[in-house]
Design a binder for this molecule. Structure first.
Ligand SMILES: [Zn+2]
Length: 273
């Protein structure tokens, strides 16, 4: 599933394609959304926002298209009406004179007016966004009484706890913070929780700015110059089971937590508490 940084990168592409020109046509695959198409034609798009892994396309008449890609949704930006050859189902298309933004396979698409936007059951209960919120708000979550007994492995996937993190970010953030996924906030000092909040924000933002690279940037550059592929130099630990840790040479352990793959350095991320 694309995580916060990938959704924000897709939103940037959409903004570049859609903001400069008047919308000439909108297509919705779902019947209950079709009536909105005429209200969007001839309008402009003010912004393409992200809230965690959800996207909001904000029209200048107050309507917003909400989409959540889940596992299969995929945005494609092409020249106007230049549809790619694909077996995927087109669910939403926004056209202007130059470009078409096409959303394939996504099943979670809604149109919201300003009132519905504020009270939306998913959006209104999201945690602070690691890409747009400050570290302090993320730290508040880690130090709150309500969550202190939950393991980091589940907290870092819970969008109502913090928004925008997903499976690869979970492994990478915990490695950078030097914390084992089985630990809970109550097992850690305030200093450790601050380091974790800093890591959550820093790793997610670096991933956004550097197209998914969460490894040390200079280290990744050197490995790339040595001929390693992107998947080899991209991460600290994620996807690197049985490979040596980049910091201490211990073998990275692959495990399962909250039904998803997780990668841990047993030396850099000791279990304590
Ligand atoms: Zn290590």
């Amino acid at each position: 599933m694309p995580e916060g940084p990938e959704i924000r990168i897709a939103a940037d592409r959409l903004e570049r394609a859609l903001k400069p020109s008047v919308v000439t046509e909108v297509f919705f695959a779902f019947d209950h959304l079709k009536p909105y198409a005429t209200r969007m034609r001839g309008r402009r798009i003010d912004a393409v926002e992200t809230r965690g892994k959800a996207m909001l396309i904000r029209f200048d008449n107050g309507l917003s298209i909400y989409s959540h890609n889940q596992l299969y949704g995929r945005w494609v930006v092409r020249k106007a009406y230049d549809y790619p050859a694909t077996n995927r189902q087109l669910r939403l298309a926004i056209h202007n004179q130059r470009k078409s933004a096409l959303l394939y396979s996504a099943s979670e698409i809604e149109v919201l007016d300003p009132v519905q936007l504020v009270s939306h059951p998913f959006l209104s209960t999201l945690g602070p966004d690691v890409l747009s919120g400050g570290t302090e708000r993320v730290l508040e979550r880690f130090t709150s009484k309500k969550h202190r007994r939950r393991r980091f492995s589940s907290l870092l996937l819970d969008q109502h706890f913090i928004a925008g993190t997903g499976n690869y970010l979970r492994s990478e953030i915990l490695f950078v913070a030097g914390l084992h996924p089985r630990l809970r906030p109550m097992d850690c000092s305030t200093d450790e929780l601050r380091v974790l909040a800093d890591a959550a924000v820093a790793v997610a933002r670096q991933s956004y700015r550097h197209k998914g690279i969460t490894n040390d940037l200079e280290g990744a550059r050197v490995l790339r110059a040595q001929g390693q592929t992107r998947s080899q130099y991209r991460h600290w630990v994620f996807g690197r089971g049985c490979k040596p840790c980049r910091l201490c040479n211990a073998l990275i352990v692959e495990d399962t937590a909250a039904s998803r793959r997780i990668f841990i350095c047993p030396e850099c991320q000791p279990v304590h508490g």
